[in-house]
Design a protein around this ligand. Sequence first.
Ligand SMILES: [Zn+2]
Length: 521
Amino acid sequence: MKRLFINAVIWGRTDTAILTEGEKIRRIGMTEELQKEAESADEVIDLNGLFVCPGFIDSHLHLLEYGRYLENVQLHSCTSRQEVLNLLKQQEKKLPKGEWLLGRGFNEELFDDPKMPTKADLDQISKERPIAVTRCCGHKMVVNSKALELANMDEDSMVEGGSIDFENGFLEETAITVLHDSWPAETEESIRRSILRGQKELNRYGITAVGSDDFMSITHDWRLVLDVMMKMAFRGELTVRVNEQCEFPSPEEFAAFLDEGYTTDVGDDLFRIGPLKIIADGSLGARTAALSKDYSDDRGNSGYMVYNRSELETWVKLAADYNMPVITHAIGDRTVREVLNVYDKYVIENNLLHFGLVHCQIMTPAEIKRTIDMNLCCYFQSLFIDSDAKILEARVGSERAESCYPFRTLSEHVIACNGSDAPVETPDVMKGLQMAVTRRSLDGTAAMNPSECMDLQQAMRSYTLSGAEAFFSSDNIGSLEEGKYADFAVLDRDITKLREDEIHTAKVMMTVMNGETVFEK
Ligand SMILES: [Zn+2]
């Protein structure tokens, strides 16, 4: 199939037309020049001055969990605890008996009265039906009595690497993993359905490739998730390319994965196994990220690490033994430091395997320097600025805040790729670009250190070519070039002509992936 796209404005080029053949870009040139291909083309699409950029790459998110999130109660826009409870109550009435009521996305920091809903609140909705509601960050959850009962948790329950507040029904980190075990079993079909749902939404934002962490998000059965992903890739059902960031419940499970012959690079250009993913601490919002000094707004609390150094090393060593890179979720500076201490022993010169840090939030100049010296891949989320700009100074004080979220510095020295961590944030690329450039919340009221503002060129790169580089896929994706895959997004406006605070208003009109239109407005 040959498709000719004419009269476009193309990011970074003076050309105005793209000819695709099958899944690849065959030629890029001027419309007048490529017009002669029109006769042999199966389709000619006149873009009438619309703006074309490479398909966006969201370097870290949770595709499967995002799809599931879209199927459950979405609480992102709630501005009060009561609103959260009302939405849950409405959904409760619609669900069949016995089914779990699940919700996700509230951020109590945005409420006038910044308190999480509690077990008692959820028990008022139902005591018979299990209810579990996850905070926007995914590192804290509140559940009702029935959910605690099904998870066999009581006053005396304790877990390593997490916490259970039985009184309030609050669960953190590994306690959430334990709760997941009591959820209804997943099937091939339930997983496929959520992936389809998630990728469809991603295509709406112009996203054509993702780094996705799926083995632990809604089930621990990594074999099942892997099987579904590979089958979907084989059947041509994936409309985003997936670089799987493999997370496991234990080093033993990871060893089993390796024993079965899986490792980085197994797969094809639609689904490929990427790095090992480790989660080493919590979130800034929930004050569970491990800091080297106490939270400025919570003396006596400096967060905690999910693993101690020797546990971290067990994971990293195992991966390194099999030439598998590791990327680690590390938000607090204490965690970053510990992770760097372990990486130091295993990352080879120039970091050719692409070990990385996910989030890059609370960092001191010392950690930033070490990250650059080690040439680590940095997976950051400019979208977090929208809510975190409002709490950063309160959490860590103005002095520490200066060197936090150092996106520009990182992008000038290492592979620094952007993403949404969806469902933590809505994977809205236009909004993410704006945040990277302005470092201001969308409402303009809060800002972070402006010297770390990226220019639009850097921000675009972080959402395209840098992600491709991190995935070792820059020969195939990440930019519009002849011979690369025909993955691109068509926007309604030329974003280089917009005011910085207007970028988020640009709309994706069409998304082409593998030469096929996967979204059209
Ligand atoms: Zn994540």
